[in-house]
Write a protein that binds this ligand. Structure first.
Ligand code: AMP
Ligand code: MG
Length: 472
């Protein structure tokens, strides 16, 4: 074994109630699909010429220094509290401290049953593994805080979902896998001691300046407000913003039914299980506040007088919509070229979005078109856009270099859903070339590469993906 992962594991030193020690379940015939060499280097990993990489990233061999465990957590799923979830198909191998000094988790996902598997098989099929690989890396390249993909392997085994499908394991890297649900599980159990231990651990790891629950909550809210505003600015729909999929570090996590919007409509939903649009594009700004309220509720138990803290914590939560509005204005302001958007600029932005909604124009191409001069072409009837454009140009008059600001805020390429689906279909048929091509294209999403021009196109009517599915 030449692969060397410089593990430095801290979660495994926490009390045993936080996790179950469990090894990944070996698979029949692992074969490597991808290894993210750049990320591996950043994590301090070497020996990537190891002939057993596939076995290692399938969980067939445990790398030296790993302390495999499945983490306990709970969470609200579509508003319903589930008192016990936990890693049912994932195992944390351990952590490394990267070349940037940041501690990160290395986790195998799809690695077999754990004590938290409930009725599940602990496995993942190839589709969600590749979707997460491509989209999480694209998010990173787009500048959005996100978990990363270190490796993907085929297991050589069949996973039965609606039909038999090829199995796969993803190696996921995260600043941590602490979630709102990790706090909820101990709060709901009334285990204040464990909650305090978790709080101390999470604060030290992610928010060293936060020395009490209120400042910790504020710090998490700030990161989440910034994150959701970034999602909105890119047309990203997470799809399953349950509190167990809401990270304490403020990274995008769990790419189950996520999708980027093609034509703009604020109520867009892709997830097949989101029947009432709880997690639609525009609802994300409200849901994140709801999720932070659940975190606040859990943190209350840490206060000397929880009852008396309800009011100040509620007041804190009520500051979040304004945080999100400010982040939204900053992001969308940059998309139309403004360095320092003012409150009154929100109307200019909203006017454009309303025109886009009425004409069902492509979200990404319309905004990028503001840079390329092709935005007008997106509108079947450009009258409204022309009027808007006059006001916009007048507003841009005193801006310094709006062009480069817009180029940096409006990507050329996003991982469009129909491309992801076609890539998965090809991979299931044994052809990984579309995966490799998408990975190269999305590595530089703000550049116009002629060879990837076709990836700018929205889906043709027969290519439109109606629904996305969780990996379960
Ligand atoms: P998710 O929707 O992926 O966030 O997962 C929600 C919960 O279901 C988590 O506790 C997962 O570990 C668990 N889960 C999802 N898929 C499986 C599976 N195939 N086997 C066991 N547990 C699973
Ligand atoms: Mg999850």
């Amino acid at each position: 074994m030449t692969l060397h992962i410089p593990f430095d594991n801290s979660y495994a030193t926490l009390p045993e109630t936080f996790y179950a020690r469990v090894n990944p379940e070996p698979v029949k015939a692992p074969s490597l699909i991808a290894i993210n060499e750049e990320l591996a280097r950043d994590l301090g990993i070497d020996g990537l010429d190891d002939p057993d990489l596939a076995a290692l990233f399938a969980g067939n061999a445990i790398p030296e220094g790993a302390t495999p465990l499945a983490q306990l957590y709970a969470g609200h799923q579509f508003g319903q509290y589930n008192p016990q979830l936990g890693d049912g198909r994932a195992v944390l191998l351990g952590e490394t401290i990267g070349t940037d000094g940041l501690r990160r988790d290395i986790q195998l996902k799809g690695s077999g049953r754990t004590p938290f598997s409930r009725m599940g098989d602990g496995r993942a099929w190839l589709g969600p593994v590749l979707r997460e690989y491509v989209v999480s890396e694209a998010m990173h390249a787009l500048g959005v805080p996100s978990t990363r993909a270190l490796a993907a392997v085929r297991t050589g085994e069949v996973v039965v979902r609606e039909r038999p499908l090829p199995g796969a394991v993803l190696t996921r890297v995260a600043q941590s896998h602490l979630r709102v649900g990790t706090f909820q599980v101990f709060a709901a159990r009334g285990d204040t001691k464990a909650l305090q231990t978790l709080f101390d651990y999470a604060a030290a790891r992610h928010y060293p300046d936060a020395d009490d629950p209120a400042s910790f909550l504020t710090a998490v809210m700030r990161r989440q407000a910034a994150l959701v505003a970034q999602w909105l600015s890119l047309g990203f729909i997470h799809g399953v913003m349950n509190t167990d999929n809401c990270s304490i570090s403020g990274e995008t996590i769990d790419y189950g039914p996520c999708a980027f919007m093609d034509s703009y409509h604020p109520e867009t939903v892709y997830s097949s299980i989101d029947r009432f649009g709880r997690y639609s594009y525009a609802a994300q700004a409200d849901i994140i506040v709801w999720n932070m309220a659940q975190l606040a509720t859990a943190l209350l138990s840490l206060m000397p007088d929880p009852e008396a803290s309800v009011e100040p914590f509620t007041a804190l939560i009520h500051t979040m919509p304004e945080m999100i509005r400010a982040e939204w204005l900053k992001r969308f302001g940059a998309k139309i070229g403004l360095a320092d958007p003012k409150a009154e600029d929100a109307k200019l932005i909203a006017d454009l979005l309303n025109l886009m909604e009425a004409s069902e124009t492509d979200f990404t191409n319309t905004f990028r078109g503001l840079v390329d001069g092709t935005a007008r072409d997106q509108f079947a009837d450009p009258t409204g856009f022309d009027q808007w454009s006059d006001l916009w140009r007048a507003r841009l008059h005193d801006e310094d270099d709006p062009h480069s600001r817009m180029s940096a805020a409006n990507p050329v390429l996003i991982p469009r859903n129909h491309r992801i689906e076609a890539m998965i279909d090809a991979a299931v048929a044994g052809d990984d070339r579309p995966f490799t091509r998408l990975m190269s294209a999305y590595a530089k999403p703000y550049d116009s590469h002629p060879e990837f021009a076709d990836l700018r196109n929205p889906p043709a009517p027969d290519e439109v993906v109606q629904a996305t599915f969780c990996g379960t």
